[in-house]
Design a protein around this ligand. Structure first.
Ligand code: ZN
Length: 340
């Protein structure tokens, strides 16, 4: 079978490797769609500190079960599923307190262990979720959706609150959709016009082009100078963190999603003056069934976020283009060939 393998940083190729065999309690999956995420780009570039090589990226996927080793645990051959890609040890202090998303020894598919950019994949049954009523292209978006939804749960976003999302990439847009399910009014900021247009289509209360508007102007126009109840930071850029502090109302919650690598300098007294609550949000926990239901019932439509679908045979070029900084697309999905 074929896999997209990053052999060394900067070098990726679709290559032939042996098909995996499912262990007891595992399913063999035929991947249908897999999304290219920022962490896959980091794996390709060599900027993800935990990645070892060679590595198969990918942790956002939909797939079909083609074999089950042992008891089916409620699953059957032919089921269309997605899976939770963060593997925890189950024993560390985080896991013992239920914080499995922040396991001290977390291994994410595509980063610490091989991921979904391969035709066949094995997964433990207990991390699979079935979704017969969801388009398999949308099902591949459940994992990034879960990142936004977890952040919104962390911030306890509530009815009618004014929320600002900084960054209108896939995670920012999915954070916006998540906050909307809680009844919030969501503004979203970016510097790429096409992404803001997409956000407007998806029901943003307002879109903010930070290449031509300041945060102070936004606070005035959107909140009458009061500031936002919740600010979700989805870029990881230092300027965005200080923008988040500036945009926050007194008593607001700031939730950090964007995984930045650069240092940020700010005067901590502003956190005291505004009495802000700053929350980190890592991976997600126990939300896949909720999100699948939101998609199955049509309460949320994520289809506009997958802006391009590329045949798996062209995966190398798609990853290289994404790594070169192309911002034309929000979410690129790799489409795998059907069963031979
Ligand atoms: Zn653990």
């Amino acid at each position: 079978m074929r896999a997209l393998q990053v052999t060394t940083p900067g070098t990726a190729q679709v290559t032939e490797i042996p098909a995996p065999r499912p262990a007891p309690g595992e399913a063999l999956l035929r991947v249908r769609y897999a999304g290219i995420c920022g962490s896959d780009i980091q794996t390709f570039r060599g900027t993800q500190p935990f990645t070892t090589y060679p590595r198969i990226p990918g942790h956002e996927f939909s797939a079909e079960i083609i074999e089950i080793h042992g008891e089916g645990a409620g699953f059957a051959i032919g089921d269309v599923v997605t899976g939770v890609p963060y593997f925890q040890d189950g024993t560390c202090y985080s896991c013992r307190r239920g914080l499995i998303n922040a396991c001290v020894h977390n291994e994410t598919m595509g980063v610490h262990r091989d991921g979904a950019f391969q035709e066949l994949l094995t997964m433990p049954l207990d991390r699979l979720h079935r979704a017969e009523g969801v388009d398999p292209r949308d099902l591949a978006l459940v994992e990034p959706f879960s990142i936004g939804y977890h952040a919104v749960l962390r911030a306890e976003v509530g009815e009618s609150e004014k929320v600002l999302v900084l960054g209108a990439g896939a995670i920012g847009l999915l954070t916006m959709l998540s906050a909307q399910t809680r009844g919030a009014q969501v503004w979203i900021a970016d510097v790429v016009a096409s992404r803001l247009e997409l956000a407007a289509q998806l029901g943003a209360a307002g879109t903010i082009d930070l290449s031509s508007t300041t945060i102070a102007d936004v606070v005035t126009s959107a909140t009458d100078g009061d500031g936002f109840d919740v600010v979700c930071e989805a870029t990881g850029l230092p300027i965005s963190f200080t923008n988040a502090i500036e945009a926050a109302a007194v008593g607001a919650r700031l939730v950090l999603i964007g995984n930045g690598t650069a240092e940020v300098t700010f005067n901590q007294s502003i956190l005291i003056k505004k009495e802000l609550t700053v929350l980190g949000s890592r991976n997600s926990r126990d939300v896949f069934p909720t999100l699948i239901e939101l998609l199955e019932t049509g309460q949320v439509d994520v289809s506009a976020i997958r802006t391009r679908i590329v045949p798996f045979a062209e995966a190398q070029g798609a990853l290289e283009a994404a790594a070169a900084g192309s911002r034309d697309d929000v979410k690129v999905l790799l489409e795998f060939p059907p069963a031979p």
